[in-house]
Every structure is written in structure tokens, then in C-alpha cells.
Design a protein around this ligand. Structure first.
Ligand code: ZN
Length: 471
């Protein structure tokens, strides 16, 4: 490899393609610098920003809703996963490591660690621990997928779940699950502008195959029947409450219990596709294996509990892949790597240009100090169309502010905001007497256009950064 910067960029992508069996990684992901090792995506350029922004939103969202936020290691002794039953029922999906003659695994799920945390809590704090007890983690897991089935961000070997486990009394199960569904709705609608309707979401009740209980599904027929009956009732309640369709998948349950899967319909370059995203899973096996029934009976005098495994969006990688395809790379304001691009349109008259640049830099500073991710680009009347094309085909900032001679002369800001509802840009002009006033007005406009950003404003991510070099 020698020569130009472009050669090196091409080389990076060639390498990406060479180690990946499919060559059709959605081009849209590459614009944010998201590309794949063999089933393990790398997030660079803007990708790293939107990913961290999303993780920050998820952490704040869950801590506000009473979840204990934790972080657990990527590797574990295989003993832990023997105890959980994974080494018997899930081994073919797991990566096994040998370190100093001891067997370790890359964790394929976070549950065993979360149960250790719960046991530790209840051992220390006894009945001060109130059920339902909710544990959340941005949980990185690794699962084997055959190389032929890997696909961009949508099917990978290492991914990250918005994973939580809820330990609840049987009697609270319905409320707990309805609450989780409310969380799914709130998150999709407020952060992602994805309203829940029967056009874009359905649920699937995934049951065991009765012939394979004891073989592929852990537990007894009685335990499965009782959990499946309960979950069936809850599924119809959810379908009715949210006006969405429900179907049944026999044999699709997790090995430890039946589940409700959230299936989203998203547009892609190759047509409309269905993807499994969030999930709500019932578990009566892990409590027994981790002796949770015993300690719960001892502490509360009633041991009828379930463990509920749940993820609201499921895999962060898959969700982002699907979302980027669906909205053709248009991220919502809360997640966009560059939220505001300021374009200074220079005139060639140095006196005027000095005022334009002054104003532009002033606005950039104010936006940065308000916690926004900002990029600034100097342009001219002639180069403006090309600059806009280039920005719109790469980093796609939700907001563009133009400052040229007219804007300075008339004390106005010309603003272009991308609307996900209309899938196009909407232009506005703000007349102001002070910059602070203009920025307040800008905030009001965003409030109207990007309803969601404001609903989550209390826990909106703050990763301010000047990312001008990306424009
Ligand atoms: Zn789990």
C-alpha cells in the first residue's frame, strides 16, 4: 500500500470486504464509518458518537425508571454458565476459551451475572430489597453465527443488548410486562420517532415444542404449560391495548422459558423487511438453578417468583442497522453525530466576511456550551450547492444553520431542519435582536419539529464536540 489518503480508505474497505463473506454491507452504515470485522462491527467517524449517545440515553432512561444499572465482564468461568444451563442447552452458540488450564466462555447472555448481583443484594440487604427488582446493563455478548449468515449490522457475532432482568412475584407479572411494553413504546416514539402501530410492529408469542421439553427446553411439561398459559393471556392484553397483531411461534421459545418477541417492519434498500428487535422472556428455570426460590421464601415468606429477561430494542447493532436503512441514514437529533452544521457563506468582501465568521463562531460556541455536537463549514455562494450535497450524502446533520451577508444585514438566522415525519428538510427564518433570543427560538422550533427530542430532553445525551472536520 502506498500513496494517497484515498488509497488507504479504499484499502480499509477492501479489508472489510475481504474478511466478511457478504459484500453487500449497507452503504449507509459506511457513511458513519461503521464497518465490520468478521461479524464484529467497528464504529468510527460519526458512528462512535451516535452509539455512545444512544448508550447514554439508555442508561439515563433505565435509571430513571428504577433499574439498577450494572456492568459485568465479557468473559466468565464456564462454571457459571454450567450452573445456568447454557453449557447444556446453548453450547453450540458459545465461544469457549482455555486460560491457564481453566475453561472460560465469552458470555453469550448477561443473565447469570445479573442473578449473581441479585443474590448479592438480597444477601446484604434482605427484605429491604423490594420486588420487582430490576437490573439493567448495556450488555455486550458474543454468539456464534455461521459466516454465511452474517449481514452488515443486522446479523453479527458480537453485539450489545439493552438488557434487563426483573425478579418479580408471580402476582405482579402482568403489571411488570405491561410496564415493559410501555417502555418500548416510550423509547421508540420519543427517541426514534417510530410510532407504534400495526403497520410497523407485531408481537409473536414464542412457545416450546412439547415433544422437545427436557431435550431442547429445560424444565417440566407442567412448568412450561403454566408459564405459557399466563403469557398467552398477557399477549392478548398487549395486542388489544396497543392495537397490534399477535401470532404464535411453536418451538421458538428460549431454552429456559416462553417469550414475547417484538417484530418490527422496516424499509430497506431491498424492500420491506421484518426484524426481531425487543423481547420479553419468562423464566422459571434460572431461579431454581440459582437457588433464588429458597432465599426468596426465607426473606419474604412467598417464593412464587419469575425472572423476566427483557430488551426494549434488542441488539443495539441490529436496531441501528435497521433504523439507518429505514430512514436512509437520517438519525434523530438526539443521536446524530453532528447535530448542527453551521455554514458560513463568505462573500469575498473581507469586511463583510469578518462579521459573518464572527457571528458563526459565536453561535458555534453557544451551541457547544449548550451540549450540542456542532460542525462549522466555510463556504461561498459558488461552492454552496456542492458543499450541501456533500454534507447531505455523508454526515446528514438534522439541523443546518446558514449565515451569509443577508443573515448578518437583517439579523436573521436561516435554518433548515430535517423532519422524519415528512422525510424532507423544512426551512425557517428566525429574526432576532440578540443571539440568545435566536437560540431560544431555535430550541422552540426543534421542539415543534422533533417532538421526541424534547420529551427526552431531561435525559438527552451531552457529548458536546466540535466535529467541523467531518463536514
Ligand atoms: Zn437474560
Amino acid at each position: 500500500m502506498s500513496g494517497t489518503v484515498k488509497d488507504h480508505i479504499d484499502y480499509a474497505y477492501e479489508l472489510d470486504l475481504a474478511i466478511k463473506p457478504e459484500s453487500s454491507v449497507p452503504i449507509i452504515n459506511r457513511e458513519y464509518g461503521v464497518f465490520s470485522g468478521p461479524g464484529v462491527p467497528l464504529f468510527s467517524i460519526g458512528g462512535g458518537y451516535f452509539r455512545h449517545a444512544l448508550q447514554q440515553i439508555l442508561v439515563n432512561f433505565h435509571s430513571r425508571r428504577g433499574y439498577l444499572v450494572v456492568e459485568t465482564p465479557l468473559i466468565a468461568s464456564s462454571e457459571l454458565f454450567k450452573l445456568s444451563g447454557h453449557m447444556d442447552f446453548y453450547k453450540s452458540n458459545m465461544y469457549i476459551l482455555n486460560i491457564e488450564d481453566r475453561e472460560f466462555v465469552l458470555k453469550p447472555m448477561n443473565c447469570p451475572y445479573h442473578l449473581l448481583i441479585f443474590l448479592n443484594h438480597i444477601a446484604r440487604f434482605r427484605s429491604k430489597v423490594k420486588l420487582p427488582f430490576k437490573i439493567f446493563e448495556i450488555g455486550r455478548v458474543h454468539r456464534f453465527e455461521p459466516s454465511g449468515s452474517l449481514y452488515g449490522l443486522l446479523r453479527v457475532r458480537g453485539f450489545t443488548q439493552d438488557d434487563a432482568h426483573i425478579i418479580t412475584f408471580e402476582s405482579d407479572t402482568l403489571n411488570v410486562i405491561l410496564n415493559v411494553f410501555d417502555e418500548i413504546k416510550l423509547l421508540l416514539e420519543s427517541v426514534f420517532n417510530l410510532p407504534i402501530s400495526q403497520d410497523n410492529i407485531r408481537i409473536r408469542l414464542s412457545l416450546s415444542d412439547k415433544n422437545l421439553i427436557g431435550k431442547d427446553f429445560m424444565g417440566t411439561i407442567e412448568e412450561w404449560s403454566s408459564a405459557e398459559d399466563t403469557l398467552e393471556k398477557i399477549t392478548s392484553i398487549i395486542a388489544e391495548k396497543y392495537g397490534i397483531k399477535a401470532s404464535i411461534g411453536v418451538g421458538e421459545a428460549a431454552f429456559y422459558g416462553p417469550k414475547i418477541d417484538i417484530i418490527m417492519t422496516l424499509k430497506s434498500s431491498s424492500g420491506v423487511k421484518e426484524w426481531q428487535m425487543g423481547t420479553i422472556q419468562f423464566d422459571f428455570n434460572l431461579p431454581r438453578r440459582f437457588k433464588i426460590y429458597d432465599i426468596i421464601r426465607e426473606v419474604y415468606g412467598d417464593n412464587r417468583v419469575y425472572i423476566i429477561h427483557r430488551a426494549l430494542i434488542g441488539s443495539i447493532e441490529r436496531f441501528l442497522g435497521g433504523y439507518l436503512e429505514h430512514y436512509r441514514g437520517r438519525l434523530p437529533l438526539a443521536l446524530a453525530p453532528i447535530q448542527v452544521a453551521i455554514i458560513a457563506i463568505k462573500t469575498g468582501d473581507w469586511k463583510v466576511d469578518e462579521v459573518i465568521l464572527d457571528k458563526t463562531i459565536n453561535i458555534r460556541e453557544k451551541l457547544l456550551s449548550n451540549g450540542l455536537r456542532v460542525g462549522l463549514k466555510e463556504s461561498t455562494k459558488t461552492s454552496l450547492p456542492g458543499d450541501i450535497r456533500s454534507i447531505e450524502s455523508t454526515i446528514k446533520p438534522p439541523i443546518i444553520i446558514y449565515i451569509g451577508a443577508r443573515e448578518v444585514r437583517e439579523s436573521i438566522l436561516t435554518i433548515s431542519i430535517f423532519s422524519h415525519k415528512e422525510m424532507k428538510r423544512i426551512s425557517k427564518t428566525i429574526k432576532y435582536s440578540s443571539l440568545d433570543e435566536a437560540l431560544t427560538e431555535l430550541e422552540n422550533i426543534i421542539r415543534g419539529e422533533e417532538e421526541g427530542v424534547i420529551k427526552i430532553s431531561g435525559f438527552a445525551p451531552r457529548i458536546p464536540a466540535d466535529l467541523s472536520h467531518m463536514l
